[in-house]
Design a protein around this ligand. Structure first.
Ligand SMILES: C[S@@+](CC[C@H](N)C(=O)[O-])C[C@H]1O[C@@H](n2cnc3c(N)ncnc32)[C@H](O)[C@@H]1O
Length: 221
């Protein structure tokens, strides 16, 4: 049995909401690239242990990871809110319907358009967030990370999916643009002066980082 299969077989719980979202994604002919269930459950756990209230996601698709993020806020944080950024209006509509069906319709704002534009607008609006999920176009991961650090409350958590690219980041001969982008992203996350970060081999690899409280001047406290 493979490592990921073992983890799933032991830890992943049945989830009818996920089943419904996946059915919608298939029915609408959308790409089946939502985070896997073990990553979804881990996102819920991370939001809950961090106590995050204001959440930001880059890459909505059908709303599965959005539901997982909001699940982590369910009992303790009635004022919690997720802002999710999505390029495609048709994906945003499907996600909106899925989030409403899961009971989170009033807890989410989906901003449609290129995420870099939405992130710049959020900076100009003075928005601040406690938790970030980066899960969109790989070529912009580094820019998404820099925006997340800029938009972070002290101690905020930043998570990025697909950090291993199916193991391709390990193979130096793999020079596909997305592999090169993730290698550079991992290097930046690991060495960023304002972050404490680790790469976990869960799903396709998750980078989990914290914006160090007291690092606002740009250096480690
Ligand atoms: C891997 S999927 C997100 C999956 C979602 N996080 C989940 O697990 O349910 C990536 C999403 O990012 C969106 N995307 C790609 N490029 C984007 C961009 N420049 N700005 C905003 N969204 C983008 C895609 O349309 C797609 O819906």
């Amino acid at each position: 049995m493979e490592l990921q299969d073992y983890i799933s077989s032991q830890f992943v719980r049945p989830d009818s909401v996920r089943d419904d979202v996946m059915a919608q994604i298939r029915e609408q002919g959308m790409p089946e690239i939502s985070v896997p269930p073990e990553v979804g459950q881990f996102l819920t756990l991370l939001v809950r242990v961090s106590g995050a209230e204001q959440l930001l996601e880059v890459g909505t698709l059908g709303g599965y990871s959005a539901i997982c993020l909001l699940r982590g806020t369910r009992h303790s944080r009635p004022s919690a809110h997720l802002t999710s950024l999505e390029l495609k209006p048709e994906f945003a509509s499907v996600a909106k319907a899925n989030l409403a069906a899961a009971g989170y319709g009033d807890r989410v704002t989906i901003r449609v358009g290129p995420a870099l534009d939405s992130l710049q607008a959020l900076v100009e609006e003075g928005a601040r967030f406690d938790f970030f999920l980066i899960d969109a176009d790989k070529g912009n991961y580094i820019r998404y990370l820099e925006y997340a650090v800029q938009l972070a409350n002290p101690g905020a958590v930043i998570v990025a999916d697909n950090a291993l690219r199916g193991g391709r980041v390990l193979r130096e001969t793999d020079t596909a643009p997305s592999t090169v982008a993730l290698r550079a992203f991992n290097h930046l996350a690991a060495s960023h002066p304002r972050l404490d970060a680790m790469l976990l081999p869960l799903g396709d690899g998750l980078v989990v980082a914290q914006v160090l409280p007291g690092s606002e001047g740009g250096v480690r406290p």
